[in-house]
Design a protein around this ligand. Structure first.
Ligand SMILES: *[C@@H]1O[C@H](CO)[C@@H](O)[C@H](O)[C@H]1NC(C)=O
Ligand SMILES: *[C@@H]1O[C@H](CO)[C@@H](O)[C@H](O)[C@H]1NC(C)=O
Length: 734
């Protein structure tokens, strides 16, 4: 009976349409002007919901939101059947449209949906399908697999109903919505599945599934069917299996994270021509805010492992261009070696920060507990932001905190990586077990070929969290019995539907390579030369070195074929001298020398060899990487290994050994680096080349002489008359 009634209604409708001059069956509805209204049910303004609205705004699509602020009683639709409440809410909200014959209604989920086109195209595609109601299709059946056999066999395409997206002429839409009653807790997809499987209704009402995703793309299970297409000013998603460009993309079920990735491009978010169009859309302009009104930041520092360049870490933090009286400081130091660094830093600034908390190794806080503690502290003081910085990152851009705040995202990390490596502080994708997976765009983002603010499933090392997003009782936790703290908090955030971003539009800093950290020396950073070359160079290479290395600049010639140029920083010179004095085993200056292969030194000095302090390997790296290129620039046509057996620091003192008699070196060329300053640390000293009667006196600290070792360049060490003079010598290519 009910079917008959509906049938009569349908006939009546056709007659009505024909009465108004339209013929539904021949598709001439296309001649009529239809309005499109998108309806969605959302009870919370999640990040996904905001993304949905952004996309409909981009294409001027009219949206009616139903249920905002209402208590959700439709069940846990992620894990269990449910969602009947959606239909009941729609019934109330859409009754006023049930007779509108100039209206097309489109239901869309909103937490996990992105529109990629406007009403005109959506209506056109809908009308091409010659149906009154079109429901989206997917490859897996839910919630009742036993219904599979009742489905009509599709010729091509995805076979099963997905009720996250459907559309139809308003009267049909209404009929579908009301074809039977449904309880709030019942399953809406089952409701529509049963409607579709009712073959008489299906045919009478002309209900079709969008099998080939011409309108609706459900991503679950179809990941390999789609591909992002970049066409100049347009980024779109193509279904390569069925050669369609779907209008609306749905990250149903576990494909939500994949939708987040696609959302980095779709709906005019990023295009090949214009780059990141969405960057700054939600921007807060700090320049328009008085410093006294700046957001309050909880600065949370974590020193969980022995870390090179720790002084530079604290220096970066001290240098942030952000008022310290708008920041709280929390430090967890879990390494005895860095206890004093942390204590000193906290003591130095405790009067400037709003508060300081230092948690030392003796407190025996685990990493996860400490991270939770800091986040809870942030909540207690009602911080606006929580800024996490681990000890293995060097943030050399002092503006970066402001740049992050300005983006106004729930969680945002500045992209940092190990220089020239793909190791970074974000993942483009996580696999089903929650571990790292490489996204298609990962390399382009790390290398900066694509710049923007990217929605990603995992960030670590340095990131900013909006305080209001992690307030109790929704505070995520780092503590887990079987997961790293970073993985745990990101999982919590993902589970809450909170979007995390990584930003690579500004250079922010770098991650240190933490492999093979030496801890047994006075100045362990000296040993970082090849592990963290960029950071090492900043600390230890003389800034003038790069000019000297430039093929287009002249290097100063002081005597025939004797050049001088800056090479190592004053810090290097100080650290090397301190390291040698700390070691302390200076040779006695006699001819017998057990350190040498032959046991005999013809022209002995008071010295310590690099291999005695375990620095030989590093020094040889230095010779080939930094010294060799300049040698080959100055003595053109020469190419050597730039290798040396004799590498040593010499100490000249009036009462010990003040000078060295004329001699040749067993080298093709020699470098002679000044490690301290004439007039300040010593008097006298210098090198004299006997053949030319030409001397270099008072060589600046960190500068080197470079000269041929023998034959033409016999030389002597001039007497040091007061204090102590140190030089570093290498006999290169013996
Ligand atoms: C070497 O040079 C010094 C000073 O430049 C000069 O006093 C001395 O006479 C020179 N000696 C010879 C042998 O030319
Ligand atoms: C040596 O240096 C010290 C301190 O730098 C100074 O007091 C002293 O007078 C100097 N001696 C000579 C002989 O120049």
């Amino acid at each position: 009976m009910k079917t008959m009634a509906q049938y009569s209604f349908f006939i009546l409708f056709i007659i009505l349409l024909q009465a108004f001059g339209f013929d539904a069956s021949s598709g001439s509805k296309a001649d009529k002007e239809y309005e499109l209204l998108v309806v969605t049910v959302a009870t919370e303004e999640t990040d996904g919901f905001k993304r949905f609205l952004r996309s409909t705004d981009k294409y001027d699509v009219n949206v009616k939101v139903v249920g905002m602020g209402e208590e959700w009683t439709g069940g846990d639709i992620v894990n269990w059947p449910g969602g009947g409440q959606k239909i009941n809410l729609l019934k109330t909200a859409l009754e006023e449209y049930k007779d509108r014959d100039d209206l097309i209604l489109l239901f869309s989920d909103s937490y996990d949906v992105i529109f990629t086109t406007g009403a005109e195209e959506i209506i056109r595609k809908f009308q091409e399908m010659d149906a009154n109601l079109v429901i989206s299709a997917e490859s897996s059946i839910w919630p009742d697999p036993t219904l599979a056999s009742q489905y009509p066999e599709p010729e091509v395409g995805y076979p099963f109903v997905c009720s996250g997206l459907y559309m139809g002429y308003a009267p049909y839409f209404w009929s579908a919505l009301t074809y039977r009653d449904i309880a709030d807790k019942d399953d809406d997809q089952l409701f529509y599945t049963q409607l579709y499987l009712d073959s008489s209704r299906r045919e009478e009402w002309k209900i079709k599934l969008d099998h080939v995703a011409s309108l609706f793309m459900n991503l679950n299970g179809a990941r390999d069917d789609v591909k992002l297409l970049f066409e100049g000013a347009n980024s779109m998603l193509q279904n390569t299996k069925y050669r369609t460009v779907p209008a609306i993309i749905h990250g149903n079920g576990p494909s939500k994270l994949y939708l987040n990735q696609l959302g980095n491009y779709l709906a005019n978010y990023w295009t090949q021509d214009k780059g990141c169009l969405a960057c700054g859309e939600e921007r807060i302009d700090l320049r328009t805010i008085e410093e006294t009104e700046y957001p309050v930041v909880m600065l949370a520092l974590f020193i969980e492992q022995q870390t090179p360049f720790i002084d530079e870490y604290f220096k970066n933090i001290e240098d942030f261009n952000y008022p310290k009286n708008k920041m709280h400081l929390y430090i967890h130091v879990n390494v005895m070696l860095h206890y004093h660094h942390a204590k000193n830093f906290a003591a130095k600034w405790e009067n400037e920060y709003l508060s300081t908390t230092t948690v030392i190794p003796a407190y025996e806080r685990s990493e996860g507990e400490a991270r939770d503690e800091a986040l809870n502290l942030c909540n207690e003081v009602e911080c606006d932001y929580h800024f996490v910085i681990d000890s293995n990152v060097r943030l050399f851009n002092p503006e970066i905190l402001k740049r992050l705040i300005e983006q106004n995202k729930p969680v945002i990390a500045p992209m940092v990586n190990i220089p020239d490596k793909l190791w970074s502080n974000f993942w483009g994708e996580v696999n089903l077990e929650g571990y790292y997976a490489r996204s298609d765009d990962y390399v382009d983002i790390v290398k900066g070929n694509r710049k923007g603010v990217w929605n990603v499933p995992f960030v670590s090392t340095v990131y900013l969290i909006q305080g209001k997003r992690v307030r109790s009782p929704n505070t995520p936790s780092y503590v887990s019995a079987h997961m790293d703290p970073d993985m745990k908090i990101c999982k919590d955030l993902r589970d809450q539907g909170i979007f995390m971003y990584v930003m690579n539009i500004y250079e922010a800093g770098r991650i240190l390579n933490m492999d093979g950290v030496e801890t047994s020396h006075l100045h362990n950073d000296l040993w970082q030369m090849s592990l963290n070359p960029k950071q090492w160079e900043e600390k230890y290479i003389h800034p003038g070195y790069w000019t000297a290395k430039d093929p287009d600049t002249d290097v100063e010639l002081i005597c025939p074929d004797v050049y001088l140029f800056p090479i190592l920083s004053e810090t290097f010179a100080d650290h090397l001298v301190e390291e040698m004095e700390n070691f302390g085993q200076w040779s006695n200056g006699g001819n017998q020398d057990t350190r040498l292969e032959g046991g005999y030194e013809n022209v002995p000095t008071r010295d310590i060899h690099m291999n005695q302090i375990g620095y030989e390997k590093h020094w040889l790296y230095f010779l080939s990487h930094y010294v060799g290129p300049i040698c080959e620039k100055l003595y053109w046509g020469y190419s050597g290994r730039h290798y040396a057996i004799m590498n040593f620091v010499v100490r000249y003192r009036p009462d010990e050994q003040p000078s060295l008699r004329p001699h040749h070196d067993s080298s093709t060329y020699t470098i002679n680096i000044a490690l301290n300053t004439q007039g300040k640390d010593y008097e006298g000293g210098g090198a004299r080349f006997t053949r030319y009667n030409c001397s270099c006196i008072g060589l600046k600290k960190g500068w080197t002489l470079m000269h041929p070792g023998k034959l033409t360049h016999q030389h002597e060490g001039l007497p040091t008359t007061n204090g102590t003079r140190y030089i570093m010598i290498s006999f290169i290519d013996p």
